[in-house]
Design a protein around this ligand. Structure first.
Ligand SMILES: NC(=O)c1ccc[n+]([C@@H]2O[C@H](COP(=O)([O-])OP(=O)(O)OC[C@H]3O[C@@H](n4cnc5c(N)ncnc54)[C@H](O)[C@@H]3O)[C@@H](O)[C@H]2O)c1
Length: 353
């Protein structure tokens, strides 16, 4: 059964949990979120259905096998049983990690995702892909386990300042490249906060057609992610910033292979959303840590790869999505071409300021 996406006020969350059909709840909450929203924590703690509340620090290193071993032992030591429903409250790392725990403990617990970052609300919590990272690559240990409910409370975003919020908009640019409707809403000045539900529903509609990513339809959601994941791993930038750079640079990388306008369109959207500085800073970090062999290695081991080839997902000007495959050798040549492009982009932004 597909997840239901529900928008709520924070003050309604406890009632939702209390009135739900689940008999026992175990709550897994991001520690930073808990510190900002202590009223929520207190009201959840007071619910008779809540068996335990655990606090975890949302971060990429949470999605590791060591943390999985630690938290699964900790949860199994409580009186967890198959009727226990897990509620994960936090950003994309919390929903990926807790969703993976829910998928695997006792062969599967039902769960609810309550995303608290912009990225989590429009993407991370939607679609049931749950995963841990391995040394080889991101999200390499994972499965599909859709939450029953995705509860979206925009008020969680009130703790982020404008700059932090902007750094989380990489996946919004992806949706604008995929959906003409979202693109038009951005171009006509719709506030990013008003686009959350539209993006979440867009992803949900793609997922509904290809739940297990077996028909190739879900592939479009990987736009910007081949280079993106390698930048995230090799250059230590956030997922959202890495995707933002991936969307722009994959277009340039494929310009001789397919008539695409992805880079120019992504840059147009980035300018409209006032993300030039975010892009410039992320590109600078990539150049400062430029490691082509590492990047190729991460892309080579990417889950999207096929028979030793590196897959890149690209949109043409009609929003149609294509999968292109490159040999590691071609990929390496294109990376050195990109190095020049990145330097040009960085200096063109500097001139404009
Ligand atoms: N499963 C999927 O389909 C999918 C899709 C996209 C991204 N992801 C994953 O999402 C992860 C990135 O998620 P993220 O960007 O949300 O990062 P995150 O979960 O690491 O959160 C970023 C930081 O924000 C803090 N935080 C969370 N909510 C807050 C709030 N309301 N106020 C203040 N601080 C808050 C966290 O403590 C953390 O320090 C990556 O691991 C990525 O792979 C998964």
């Amino acid at each position: 059964m597909a997840s239901q996406i529900i928008t709520l006020k924070i003050s309604q969350l406890s009632n939702f949990c209390s009135d739900s059909c689940y008999h026992r709840l175990v709550i897994m909450m991001d520690r930073t979120v808990a510190s900002h929203f202590s009223e929520l924590t207190q009201s959840l703690q007071s619910l008779p259905k809540v068996q335990n509340i655990f606090y975890l620090q949302g971060a990429e290193n949470l999605k590791s096998l060591d943390m999985y071993a630690y938290w699964s032992e900790k949860l199994l030591a409580t009186s967890l049983d198959r009727s226990t429903h897990m509620v994960a409250i936090g950003g994309g790392t919390i929903t990926d990690f807790c969703g993976f725990l829910a998928a695997t403990l006792l062969r599967g617990l039902s769960w609810t995702a309550i995303p608290t970052t912009y990225l989590g609300m429009i993407d991370g919590a939607i679609g049931g892909k749950v995963a841990l990272n391995s040394g080889v690559g991101k999200n390499m240990i994972g499965t599909f386990h859709e939450p029953d409910n995705i509860l979206i409370c925009q008020h969680f975003l009130s703790t982020f300042d404008q700059q932090q919020l902007k750094r989380g908009l990489g996946e919004l640019v992806k949706y604008a490249l995929l959906s003409e409707q979202i693109y038009q809403e951005i171009m006509t000045g719709k506030q990013v906060i008003e686009l959350i539900l539209m993006c979440a529903q867009y992803k949900q509609s793609v997922v509904a057609q290809d739940l297990k990513d077996s028909k190739g339809l879900r592939m479009c959601l990987n736009l910007g992610h081949t280079l993106g994941h390698s930048f995230e791993k090799a250059c230590q930038i956030s997922h959202s910033e890495a995707v933002l750079c991936g969307l722009v640079l994959e277009g340039y990388m494929c310009e001789n292979l397919i008539d695409n306008h992805q880079s120019l369109k992504a840059l147009e959207i980035i300018t409209t959303l006032h993300l030039n500085v975010v892009l410039q800073e992320a590109l600078q970090k990539i150049i400062d840590m430029w490691q082509p062999n590492n990047m190729i290695n991460f892309c080579y081991h990417d889950k999207k790869g096929d028979q030793g080839l590196i897959t890149i997902v690209i949109t043409d000007k009609t929003h149609k999505v294509h999968n292109l495959q490159l040999s590691p050798g071609d990929f390496k040549d294109k990376l050195s071409y990109l190095q020049g492009i990145i330097n040009t982009l960085i200096s063109s932004f500097s001139i404009k300021h």
